[in-house]
Design a protein around this ligand. Structure first.
Ligand code: AMP
Ligand code: ZN
Ligand code: FE
Ligand code: FE
Length: 280
């Protein structure tokens, strides 16, 4: 079984539609795929229809933006109730905050580079969760950088003068919210040190106390020493360990199925979640 539990579509900052993500995963021989757009479940319906037409199992999910003090963290939520009022309110508030923050970043960038808010909006559909990758796309279109990676390396990284934070709940609060909505909470790429500071063991332990079910250890952004640290935490606390691609279409080099999750862990997630997985 090849199981990939972390992908993005055009509902957030991937470059392929929810149906295309599912169809591509099926075509490449994956058995289980999760759709986990940033702070949105807008792609669930389309992905569900496509999964029923393909020979693949779909795990509907989302990647919830959170923070630990000044550190931005992501918590994957699988199989929660998409109509849960607190989750809905989170999505509304974070999408608004992301949009406001992107506008401020464009204002800052526009002082030195020829890009406008319209250039960014052109890259998105109504309802898209806006992120720095959309600013990157506008910078590529304007000929300022060649691809998203170069945009992140030069103008959009967290230490850049153009970088602006956006509102997000504390990580422990996000975990509590996911669990209260019947979801399975997995800390996404917890050791992604190249993106900025990573959180301490004590923070992860606080998240586990709040109900965190697992750690996404097998992810290209977790370097070897971080995987060792995280594996120790997972073993000490008996939480699930997942592996995933974090596929963003052409927006990132990450390929579908480049990291995978075991059947046993997938079965645990299926049992824990309140929304059923979609079977063909
Ligand atoms: P934001 O949530 O707006 O702060 O932007 C973070 C998003 O940018 C995450 O979804 C990352 O997957 C994506 N990202 C981070 N670094 C890169 C990179 N070098 N190339 C493309 N996308 C990236
Ligand atoms: Zn993303
Ligand atoms: Fe992430
Ligand atoms: Fe992601």
């Amino acid at each position: 079984m090849r199981i990939d539990l972390h992908t993005h579509s055009t509902v957030s900052d991937g470059t392929t539609s929810p149906a295309q993500v599912v169809a591509q995963a099926a075509a490449e021989g994956l058995d289980v795929i999760a759709l986990t757009d940033h702070d949105s479940t807008l792609g669930w319906e389309e992905a569900t229809s496509e999964a029923r037409a393909q020979d693949i199992i779909l795990v509907p999910g989302a990647e919830i933006s959170a923070r630990c003090g000044g550190i931005s963290v992501h918590v994957l939520s699988y199989l929660h109730d998409p109509d849960n009022p607190a989750m809905r309110e989170h999505e509304r508030r974070v999408q608004e905050a992301r949009r406001d923050r992107a506008r401020i970043m464009v204002d800052r960038l526009a002082q030195d580079h020829p890009i406008t808010w319209d250039d960014v909006i052109e890259q998105t559909k109504p309802g898209t969760t806006i992120g720095r990758p959309h600013l990157a796309d506008a910078l590529v279109r304007a000929g300022i950088v060649t691809d998203r990676s170069e945009a992140f390396d030069t103008l959009l990284w967290t230490g850049s003068p153009y970088y602006v934070h956006h509102y997000a709940p504390e990580a422990v609060t996000a975990v509590e919210m996911i669990c209260a909505a019947g979801g399975v909470a997995v800390f996404a790429h917890p050791g992604a040190s190249a993106r900025g500071a990573v959180v301490a063991d004590t923070v992860i332990e606080d998240m586990i106390s709040a109900g965190l079910h697992g750690l996404e250890i097998h992810h290209r952004d977790n370097p070897p020493h971080e995987r060792t640290r995280l594996t120790g935490i997972a073993q000490r606390h008996g939480v699930l360990v997942t592996g995933s691609s974090d596929f963003h279409g052409d927006g990132k080099p990450n390929r579908l199925g480049e990291n995978t999750t075991t059947l046993e862990v997938f079965q645990s997630i299926e049992e824990l979640g309140v929304t059923p997985v979609v079977r063909p």
